[in-house]
Design a protein around this ligand. Structure first.
Ligand SMILES: Cc1ncc(COP(=O)(O)O)c(C=O)c1O
Length: 384
């Protein structure tokens, strides 16, 4: 039971809907790996994974070995947990113990494997760098990687992948993604006979591949969607992709709400909060909210952010504190302690979307969602 009145509401029916919509963009049976890293983009990995498992999803992507360990320790034993993290001896030991699937990304990863005393064969995926220049085996090392794989019977290659870093640009044959995909076609040829599983597409890529002619040849390449499943994609710059995104009707999964804990009437000239950054120009009613930057309400929204109270937009005034902030509720003559306040909404009637908050802060919705503090309780609705 939570005493706090600030809470995150997660609508698992919306998650299910979004997952089905994204699955509909690729042939059935093709590799599909929802990204549930960073506690499922702040939604709570355990409930997200169990909900998606009920849809038959059996691969999940994580960014840390510790994240995968936590899921196993919560009793999530069946699905393949792919870990997109730097590989190490410790990571290999844990992978053997907990049946995790490391995503290898350098030639030195194979050195660790070659000197290891295996208790059972080790499934791995391999990430190739086609332009992201983050984690990924350089193309010129592919032949060496293949001979390492062939010479070590304990390595089970379960998939080969790359990552698009400009997936929104799909649309013409000379786009950055098209060049990456061209490279990936040659990668696929090199790994022929070693695995049938190839995966590339993030959310924007999966949508883009479906609407742009010439990209349907990549229909046999699987995907790793993240943000789309959580219903928080920003508008896509490509108009055809944006149209498709609209048609998909993805629904936001996360809402963040709180309650007014106190109201004050301030007289003209009075100020509030740290630094006195706001001063009343006229008599003003303010509501105090028990949510601050330690909960993920960025301090940069001070005197700029908006929340929704009784269907009306209200401005966050003064400096946002660690645990509190204040809003101008003068227009709401009946507003009182205990009224719900929507901070991140799942629809226009529920307050600003994560994407619109992100735009105000010159960032992306991913940062807004993953930034919601761990100390805010998650309450789940739908899908028992
Ligand atoms: C390796 C990898 N694959 C897939 C994704 C999912 O991307 P998106 O959330 O844009 O769908 C990410 C997210 O950053 C990623 O790092």
């Amino acid at each position: 039971m939570s005493i706090r009145t600030t809470l995150v509401e997660i609508n698992l029916n919306n998650l299910t809907h979004n997952c089905r919509q994204m699955q509909s963009l690729q042939p059935k049976g093709l590799f599909f790996c929802p990204m549930v890293k960073a506690d499922a983009y702040g939604h709570g990995a355990e409930r997200v994974v169990t909900t998606l498992m009920d849809l038959g999803v059996d691969n999940f992507g994580l960014a840390l070995y510790e994240e995968a360990q936590e899921l196993r320790e919560l009793g999530i034993v069946a699905p393949h947990l792919l870990v997109f993290a730097p590989f190490s001896l410790e990571a290999l030991k844990l992978s053997q113990q907990l049946s995790l699937t490391p995503v290898l990304a350098t030639l030195s990863d194979f050195k660790i494997l070659s000197s290891f005393e295996f208790t059972k064969p080790q499934p791995v995926h391999l990430m190739i760098n086609t332009g992201m220049n983050r984690l990924g085996l350089d193309m010129e090392h592919i032949e060496s990687a293949i001979s390492e794989i062939k010479s070590n019977q304990n390595i089970q290659l379960k998939g080969v992948c790359t990552h698009l870093n400009l997936a929104e640009d799909m649309g013409h044959s000379e786009s950055f993604s098209a060049l990456q995909l061209k490279k990936f076609e040659s990668i696929k040829k090199a790994f022929k006979g070693l695995t049938d599983n190839f995966h590339v597409f993030n959310s924007a890529g999966l949508i883009g591949k479906n609407v742009h002619s010439g990209f349907d040849i990549f229909n046999n390449i699987g995907s790793r969607p993240g943000i789309s499943l959580y219903g928080a994609m920003s508008e896509l710059s490509n108009s055809m992709s944006q149209e498709k995104l609209k048609l998909l009707g993805l629904k936001p999964v996360m809402g963040l709400k709180t309650k007014i804990i106190h109201t004050h009437r301030l007289q003209e000239g009075e100020s509030l909060s740290y630094g006195c950054t706001w001063r009343a120009q006229k008599p003003t009613t303010i509501g105090v909210l028990p949510i601050g930057y330690a909960d993920g309400l960025s301090r940069a929204l001070s005197n700029r952010g908006e929340v929704l109270v009784s269907g009306r937009k209200c401005l966050i005034i003064g400096t946002i504190c660690m645990d509190f902030c204040m809003v101008d509720i003068t227009v709401l003559t009946k507003a009182q302690q205990g009224d719900w306040v929507y901070v991140i909404g799942r629809g226009p009637e529920e307050g600003p979307s994560a994407a619109s908050i992100a735009e105000k802060l010159n960032t992306i919705s991913y940062e807004i969602l993953t930034g919601v503090g761990k100390r805010v309780p998650r309450v789940y609705k739908g899908h028992i």
